[in-house]
Ligand binder design. Structure first.
Ligand SMILES: [Fe+2]
Length: 163
């Protein structure tokens, strides 16, 4: 059995600061770590296909969440395109992988897990954290405009002291 894959340890540094994104990232990390436990040298093609299908379907759901946030918060177009493209490339690679497996081309457990882990970690640390920074800043702007104190028209807000 190949035990070289090291599971991902969730570290605080992986947080983007956006609750919905961070929650989903943690689920993805857990799913990947679970897949590493489930996949053994003896896994059947069907088991491998099922594991990839489950991971992919959650990944797509997660991509939708991020993409909706980008559009809703007017994330700058260049960064948005780059981010969308990374999601599309990942989906295309996994689709290719699925078709290879269907056609009987073998991928080792190590190759599969290393690819998934490598992509997820680098995507979170680079592209997603960049998005998180932007969303937090725009959230702050929105909150500021809501909680701004009303203009005082020159009157002294301090209450006159009694006596
Ligand atoms: Fe992303």
């Amino acid at each position: 059995m190949n035990d070289q894959y090291n599971s991902i340890t969730w570290v605080e540094n992986m947080l983007t600061g956006v609750a919905s994104i961070d929650e989903q990232h943690q689920i993805l990390v857990n799913m990947l770590n679970m897949a590493a436990i489930q996949l053994t040298a003896g896994s059947s093609r069907l088991q491998i296909e099922e594991i990839i299908r489950d991971l992919m379907s959650y990944a797509l759901y997660h991509f939708d969440t991020e993409e909706e946030l980008m559009v809703a918060n007017a994330y700058p177009l260049e960064a948005q395109n780059k981010h969308f493209e990374e999601h599309r490339n990942f989906s295309a690679t996994v689709a290719q992988l699925q078709s290879d497996i269907k056609q009987g081309k073998l991928i080792t457990r190590e190759e599969l897990l290393s690819f998934l882990k490598g992509w997820l970690i680098s995507h979170i640390f680079d592209t997603d954290k960049q998005l998180g920074k932007f969303l937090l800043a725009s959230e702050l702007r929105t909150t500021d405009s809501i909680t701004d104190p009303p203009e005082t028209s020159g009157a002294n807000p301090a209450a006159p002291s009694a006596g």
